[in-house]
Design a binder for this molecule. Structure first.
Ligand SMILES: CC(C)(COP(=O)(O)OP(=O)(O)OC[C@H]1O[C@@H](n2cnc3c(N)ncnc32)[C@H](O)[C@@H]1OP(=O)(O)O)[C@@H](O)C(=O)NCCC(=O)NCCS
Length: 148
């Protein structure tokens, strides 16, 4: 059972969309993903698969020294097995490779599991973004490795 990380492609989107609706209260549309993969030069979207089965996916934007985590998700039956952390570590390494010096993200205040994941990799609270989501406040978190 070998987990493989590779680029998310248009061929993955039907499967992604099934899980997207399961995992997010305000899901991205297929068009959102298509735009990101085909037309956004700043976007990097990746997936983890085991034996060609989708396990996790996510995306970042890198603009010069700034990286922004756009989305990260692990298919329900694979959650709590370390795949979220593996994918996020991969994005951090990729951002460093592209000469970014920090990563920012927003997370729902209520999403304690995701907040634990981010904190476990060194992200810290940056600011509260009131009503950032239709149903919750956002917490902006930052991982800054510029001085390391
Ligand atoms: C958030 C999410 C990506 C985490 O992925 P995951 O693969 O389940 O997480 P991991 O197994 O890699 O765990 C990483 C860390 O998360 C935390 N965590 C995981 N499961 C947890 C749980 N049930 N309760 C509390 N913390 C938990 C732990 O801090 C863990 O670190 P540790 O192993 O050092 O204890 C996943 O739960 C998910 O897809 N959620 C729905 C989509 C979502 O909310 N995305 C984030 C939007 S901002």
């Amino acid at each position: 059972m070998v987990a493989k990380i590779s680029d998310l492609s248009l061929n993955d989107l039907n499967e992604v969309m099934i899980h997207e609706h399961d995992l997010f209260t305000t899901p991205f549309s297929k068009d959102d993903y298509q735009f990101e993969i085909v037309s956004n030069p700043f976007a990097f979207y990746k997936k983890i698969e085991i034996n060609n089965e989708l396990v996790a996916w996510g995306g970042i934007h890198i603009l010069f020294e700034d990286c922004h985590l756009i989305t990260i998700a692990v298919v329900k039956k694979y959650q709590h097995q370390g795949y979220g952390k593996i994918l996020l570590k991969h994005f951090i390494a990729l951002s460093k490779d592209q000469n970014a010096t920090k990563m920012l993200l927003e997370v729902r205040e209520k999403n304690q599991i995701a907040i634990h994941l981010y904190e476990s990799l060194g992200f810290r609270f940056n600011r509260l973004r009131k009503n950032y989501y239709p149903d919750d406040n956002g917490i902006e978190m930052i991982l800054d490795w510029g001085n390391q």
